[in-house]
Design a protein around this ligand. Structure first.
Ligand code: SAH
Length: 209
């Protein structure tokens, strides 16, 4: 039943403009219902964001696909995710072949995701901490994805990007963020592209408790 629903979701996301077959394959194979609160499981394959624990949300599948496609992940690349949340996006990044480092500031979500993903065969490195700071001792990274809305681009994340690397981050206010695709083209130079409006829960500083 879930597999048929996932196939429909993949077609919907394809119709919305996602063309990378590897991304579509990942969406088609990760069981999103397992990442959601039992109250919402019947909506797992609807293309919408839904509440998870600690007042956070699991991102809309189209948004997950859009950010993942923008990263152009190649096998074995080091990928940093800020905002583990349910772990769904982290599972997609693993499925894309990345060596994934994911960081979350809510303890309950960190625990939920780090318990769930290994049972599905995905083993990113999980961290409980403040993603504003990135993971200086594990970088630099080929790709960095921020899955919460920032008001500015944290400097440590730019610094932890390899030359040639890509950072995808939604930047704006509480109501609306613009997806920015930032590429590091040399030690000191970055290019920046704006890719339309999205709505995320806010990127917050420090730990939740
Ligand atoms: N990628 C997630 C989306 C979760 S929503 C998924 O697939 O489900 C964004 C998450 O970012 C929330 O869980 C929130 O707690 C977390 N977050 C917000 N600010 C953060 C920070 N500074 N460091 C780490 N995580 C943060």
């Amino acid at each position: 039943m879930h597999q048929g629903m996932r196939r429909k979701l993949v077609e919907e996301i394809r119709n919305k403009g996602i063309t990378d077959e590897r991304v579509l394959e990942a969406i088609g194979s990760i069981p999103r219902h397992l990442f959601m609160d039992s109250t919402f499981v019947q909506f797992a394959y609807i293309d919408k964001a839904f509440p998870i624990a600690a007042g956070q949300t699991i991102s809309q599948p189209y948004t997950v696909a859009f950010q993942t496609e923008s990263l152009q992940i190649k096998k074995f690349e080091r990928v940093l995710e800020v905002g583990t949340g349910s772990g769904y996006q982290a599972a997609i990044l693993c499925r894309m072949g990345g060596s994934v480092y994911t960081i979350e500031r809510q303890k309950s979500l960190y625990e939920f995701a780090s318990n769930l993903l290994p049972t599905l065969g995905y083993r990113p490195h999980f961290f409980y901490g403040d993603g504003y700071l990135g993971l200086p001792t594990y970088g630099p990274f080929d790709k960095i994805i921020v899955t919460a809305g920032a008001t500015f681009v944290p400097e440590p994340l730019k610094q932890q990007l390899k030359i040639g690397g890509i950072l995808v981050i939604p930047v704006g206010n509480n109501q609306l963020q613009i997806m920015k695709i930032i590429k590091r083209i040399s030690e000191k130079e970055y290019t920046e592209e704006d890719k339309g409006g999205f709505v995320f829960v806010p990127l917050l500083t420090g730990l939740s408790d």
